[in-house]
Design a protein around this ligand. Structure first.
Ligand SMILES: Nc1ncnc2c1ncn2[C@@H]1O[C@H](COP(=O)(O)OP(=O)(O)O)[C@@H](O)[C@H]1O
Ligand code: SF4
Ligand SMILES: [Mg+2]
Length: 361
């Protein structure tokens, strides 16, 4: 399908999501906009702590709930009141998210529940707490069906559960689906979570760091399962990872996030072979698999060096371009003025003062 014929399935518009903390506002998502088209896989790439999981929470309508629960604002007298005086700069989520023509950000919790887990499903980050230790994995896998179709017959549910557990190649699914999660390895738990995310036939699957808790061999197997999902199902995928290698394997388009902001967004092949943003260049040069891939495609011999320094604390993001303290190309304006996020070519967005001036060495 031609890219221009594709219809957007999800649209994220100027989303901000701030936590309150004793150090001040944590700007975890800061004016993020992008679209996911039907049938495509978008890779969301950025170092740990840049706001990827918070962005996921804003898409699924869970941000305010989680932020309230964790932020402990009530323990800090006057903190909420202080923020309330400034409408732009306050904790919570702002901006709009659309699923097809439905504005998710305008729905109440009950309406959202009909979409979350059915139309949009999530493979959560962190396996440890994702499965309930008290229930059989078969029952848990079938739960999304039960929530959205109360009349589903037990026998039919069992059949569907087995079908999906087999699909993700869970060994001995038929014999083991009555067992509780303690009987399964990390890689198996991840397969079960993928089956659970697919069973209600969603249109969008969001996978948050689906391989990061697993060892290399198991990572490979899980990537194969996800690729099967992409190829066999009519779904869009938002694949979230700090690992450019994982994103490179699947994404059609890539969004690069830094300090709560999108820095570059565009076609995956272009971004991996000719990244334009200094941060993207740095990410690509940090991963041996990407460097080798580029060399095979006729690029230069990889000179791995990664990115110097550490990502900022999101409660005190540097003035100007948030990447400037780590950027080899920074000039005076970078320290003062935040670059605009602009479309520099059709479908290619970038946030850098020096786009077009700099070439990767
Ligand atoms: N519940 C919370 N309360 C306050 N700060 C949070 C909370 N959750 C995450 N953060 C902060 O928000 C920033 C982004 O975190 P997160 O979205 O988890 O990033 P990522 O998924 O990219 O690692 C981090 O600085 C993190 O410390
Ligand atoms: S705006 Fe300046 S500091 Fe930021 S990435 Fe571009 S060159 Fe580097
Ligand atoms: Mg995360």
């Amino acid at each position: 399908m031609n890219m221009s014929e594709k219809k957007p399935l999800l649209r994220v518009e100027n989303v901000r999501a701030y936590y309150a903390s004793k150090k001040g506002l944590v700007r975890a998502v800061d004016d993020v906009s992008f679209e996911i088209n039907e049938g495509e896989c978008i890779g969301l790439l950025g170092e740990s702590g840049c706001g990827k999981s918070s962005l996921l929470l804003t898409i699924t309508g869970l941000f305010n709930r989680v932020a309230k629960f964790y932020a402990g604002t009530s323990n800090v007298p006057g903190l909420v009141k202080k923020f309330e005086e400034n409408a732009e700069e306050r904790p919570g989520m702002q901006g709009r998210v659309f699923y097809r023509d439905i504005e998710l950000t305008a729905l109440d919790e009950e309406e959202l529940t009909k979409i979350r887990g059915k139309e949009i499903s999530i493979i959560p980050q962190g396996l440890a707490h994702a499965l309930n230790p008290q229930f059989s994995i078969g029952m848990q896998t079938g739960e999304p069906l039960e929530i959205h179709d109360e009349d589903i017959r037990l026998i039919e549910m069992r059949k569907r559960v087995l079908e999906f557990l087999n699909l993700v190649s869970l060994a001995d699914a038929k014999a083991r689906f009555v067992l509780d999660p303690s009987n399964f390895s990390g890689g198996e738990a991840q397969r079960i979570l993928i089956a659970m995310a697919l069973i209600s036939a969603p249109h969008l699957v969001i996978a948050d760091e689906p391989t990061s808790a697993l060892d290399v061999t198991i990572q490979r197997q899980i990537m194969n399962v996800l690729r099967m999902v992409r190829d066999e199902f009519d779904v869009s995928i938002l694949l979230i990872s700090h690992d450019a290698g994982v994103i490179a394997e699947m994404a059609d388009r890539v969004a690069v996030m830094y300090a709560g902001k999108l820095m570059e967004f565009g076609d995956a092949v272009q971004m991996f072979h000719q990244p334009s943003h200094p941060y993207t260049m740095g990410l690509m040069s940090s991963f041996p698999t990407i460097a080798m891939m580029r060399m095979k495609a006729g690029g230069k011999k990889p000179r791995l060096r990664g990115i110097r320094g550490e990502p900022p604390d999101l409660a005190s993001v540097p003035e100007g371009c948030p990447f400037h303290p780590r950027c080899d190309y920074a000039i005076d304006i970078c320290r003062i003025e935040i670059p605009e996020y602009r479309e520099v070519e059709q479908g290619h967005w970038i946030r850098c003062h020096r786009y077009g001036e700099i070439k990767e060495e």
